[in-house]
Design a protein around this ligand. Structure first.
Ligand SMILES: Nc1ncnc2c1ncn2[C@@H]1O[C@H](COP(=O)(O)OP(=O)(O)OP(=O)(O)O)[C@@H](O)[C@H]1O
Ligand SMILES: [Mg+2]
Length: 356
């Protein structure tokens, strides 16, 4: 997978821009608040169908404008392709791949494959379980449309079930039971696919982390074993009274977590700043390894502010590990990076200029 260019129209602080990328290392440099992360975010939404940091799609539309659009042109190993999204203030969002409108999000996500790492991803290590679920959901979704569909169906059933529990009118136990069955049906697939992904990722992250720390630190990932449909149903029926009291669904894959340990201790409680960053990066590099496929090769790596807070050994490892991949790195200090960049783009107030 190689990105050729990205185009923006009223996207965040970018009125109109086209960025051209080379194979290898591309750097977007510039001062704070110039539009470096916005440029990466635009590329990422063309891959994941949603932003990693916007709560609502509307946030992506330039202040004061009605519509926004972003698209990427890329080579998927077979041909030149194009994927893009347009947004409107009225909440309309339309996705296209190779000029064909795509109705289902599950069919849009992952046509163009990218792995994004931003400082927000540090919360995968020390933040709440929802950050680790977001990692799993975004990485598996790019590879597996069935996962996207199951997760959507699960979340719909969960919302409906929660609405009943929240309303406090429990006359309709039958309806609650129906939603529990729906949830259980989809939870099995979601849980199985998460377990399989973590199994794969844990082997890869262990090696990456060992290399990154010259063998001094050991990273392990684990996930509570998946359950079958019957045990999900049991969880959701046996605890109904507690759930009624709480007014919400207390059990299911929407409560899942990954246990991340460094040298046998939970990273959530004990990891240092640099260790958090290294562990989050190891997970992201592993995401890229897993997403690598025969024809397409590696996904495009988007690294927001990659090198800060890392010691020289870890930096060296990273520099080595991004060689031979296509990466787009943002930084305030292009000079400080010890990298052979193929292209350097300078961001200034939502405009971009090729400077090297
Ligand atoms: N919808 C929007 N419309 C217009 N401007 C926006 C919108 N959303 C964000 N911005 C602005 O875009 C600017 C650039 O943001 P961005 O996150 O890309 O900065 P950056 O170059 O990555 O900076 P830093 O080095 O601090 O990370 C910010 O000033 C922000 O307020
Ligand atoms: Mg930024």
């Amino acid at each position: 997978m190689k990105i050729k260019r990205s185009r923006y129209f009223n996207f965040r602080n970018i009125s109109s821009a086209c960025l051209e990328f080379a194979d290898g290392i591309n750097i977007i440099s510039g001062d704070n608040a110039e539009g470096k992360t916005n440029a990466l975010e635009g590329i990422y939404v063309c891959s994941a169908g949603r932003s990693h940091r916007a709560q609502k799609d509307k946030e992506l539309i330039k202040f004061g404008e009605d519509t926004a659009a972003v698209c990427v042109e890329y080579d998927d190993g077979r041909r030149l392709c194009q994927a893009g999204i347009t947004y409107s203030q009225r909440g309309r969002k339309s996705c296209e791949v190779n000029s064909a409108k795509i109705k289902k999000m599950s069919e849009f996500i992952g046509n163009f494959r990218a792995v994004l790492f931003t400082p927000e991803h540090l919360s995968m290590i020390k933040g709440p379980p929802s950050s680790r679920r977001a990692f799993l959901d975004s990485s598996i979704s790019q590879l597996d449309p069935v996962y996207v569909a199951c997760l959507q169906n699960y979340n719909e059933a969960l919302e409906n079930r929660n609405r009943l529990l929240d309303a406090g009118s429990f006359a309709d136990d039958e309806q609650l039971r129906l939603w529990s069955w729906q949830m259980a049906k989809y939870a099995v697939t979601v849980s199985e696919k998460r377990a399989a992904y973590i199994k794969k990722a844990s082997g890869i992250t262990a090696v990456i982390f060992e290399d990154m720390t010259s063998g001094r630190e050991k990273l392990t990932l684990s996930y509570e074993e998946e359950r079958d449909e019957e045990s999900f149903i049991r969880l959701l029926t046996e605890n109904l009274e507690r759930e009624k009291a709480a007014g919400t669904t207390l059990y299911g894959v929407h409560r899942d977590d990954i246990l991340i340990e460094i040298n046998g201790r939970p990273a959530k409680s004990f990891a240092s700043q640099g260790q958090q960053r290294s562990a989050a990066l190891a997970l992201k590099i592993a995401e890229g390894e897993i997403a690598k496929s025969g024809a397409e090769g590696y996904p495009v790596f988007l690294f927001d502010d990659l090198f800060s807070e890392l010691d020289p050994g870890r930096k060296r490892y990273l520099t080595r590990s991004i060689e031979k991949k296509q990466v787009i790195i943002t930084t305030c200090e292009a000079q400080g990076l010890d990298l052979e960049a193929a292209r350097v783009i300078k961001a200034h107030a939502g405009s971009y200029e090729l400077i090297g």
